[in-house]
Design a protein around this ligand. Structure first.
Ligand SMILES: [Zn+2]
Ligand SMILES: [Zn+2]
Ligand SMILES: [Zn+2]
Length: 109
């Protein structure tokens, strides 16, 4: 049964807190469950938390929904991923790629 044990151990899910992160201040490797960076002393926990835009509650970085109001964080990520093109000349924003700016008429590549 030793073989099965190994397989099972490999499948164990790593939590986000045990993953290595870079300190936003000094760039050294830090852990999310540290209170402060061991190198420069900057507060880590607060930096890597995300704030709910709806109720302002602080949530774990890997939270999918807000623990307070059930706000869907993924919806925000999905919206942010939506590509937008911007005309370099007039600044007109397009939701899809166009070969020509509909406002100023400049041609893109
Ligand atoms: Zn640091
Ligand atoms: Zn919330
Ligand atoms: Zn334009």
């Amino acid at each position: 049964m030793g073989f099965l044990d190994i397989l099972f151990g490999k499948k164990k899910k790593k939590t986000l807190a045990s993953k290595d992160f870079k300190c936003p201040n000094c760039g050294k490797t830090v852990k999310l469950d540290w209170e402060r960076c061991h190198n420069c002393g900057v507060r880590i926990k607060s930096m890597f938390r995300k704030k709910c835009p709806k109720c302002k509650a602080m949530n774990e970085l890997n939270a999918k929904i807000c623990k307070e109001c059930n706000y869907d964080f993924e919806a925000e990520i999905r919206a942010a991923k939506k590509l937008q093109y911007r005309c370099p000349r007039c600044g007109y924003k397009m939701n899809c790629y166009m070969s020509k700016c509909p406002v100023c008429g400049v041609r893109f590549g």
